[in-house]
Design a protein around this ligand. Sequence first.
Ligand SMILES: [Cu+2]
Length: 324
Amino acid sequence: MKARAAVALAVLAGCSGVQTPLDPWGIQAARIAELTHVLFIGGGAIFVLTMGFLAAALLAPGRLRGWIGSHRFVIGAGIAFPVVTLAALLVYSLGVSRALMLPGDGAPLRVEIIGRQFWWEVRYPDLGEGAVTANELHLPIGRDVELLLTSGDVIHSVWVPNLHGKMDMIPGRVNRQRLRVDRVGVLRGQCTEFCGVQHSFMAFWVVTHEPADFDAWVARQQAPVPPPANAEEARGRQVFDESGCGACHAVRGTEFQGRLAPDLSRIGSRLSLAAGALDNHRANLAGWIAGAQDIKPGNAMPAYGRSLEGADLLAVAAWLESLR
Ligand SMILES: [Cu+2]
């Protein structure tokens, strides 16, 4: 009994979670889930029926077997039924696809996501300068959003199963995906097109907010970072400068304006480091800076474990952690 309850619980738990198409958080994902259920349950019923006829054809008394072998049955069940069923499913699934493409009402909030080996750049062209982040997509609930998807290098593909289907990110092209979220919380997304050695460590978080909280988040992103609060953080900022980190990374309101790597202006407030590879805390910040090539071999960030003194490594981690 206990075991059976545990199995039932595991099955139910599979239907909710931060990365599953079976727990839709918006209208688009709900349509996709409905299509999935219709196909799965319908296909299952037809399979059971077919196996029933197969068993009857082998084991049933002669008259029934004769009926199953008759012209009428073969034409009805073997040709007419599949043609009618598949045509109906085609019309239904085209209707679902069309509903997923239709623009919603009003002007959507546009969010630009640029796939890069092996991280995500996120920009909000409608919200002005400085609304930039990486490896995290913040969205207001109840509002139509249009994702503008492209790539800075090779083909990637974005997928947040709780929100929508997959869509490719192709260099030199912008693919558009409309969606709306109606729950506050955190979801996980993942690159779903093999894009190089660290493809499997190319994840991101979707954080959804009440509209007012979203506006507050945007305002925080746009503000310049505060000056270092103590001697260690000041040393960390200096190490960041001397090590040339600013050639690749930007920190708002400072002289560091690199565009080749994740924006670090609010790195201390992010849920993870290096596109979901590590939890975000000071020790992992230091670990990443020292061993970026051990953690994600082949990614575009050099490792500094051999060039930075221990105290300097900790200082730069302390400064980055303070950027919230
Ligand atoms: Cu990728």
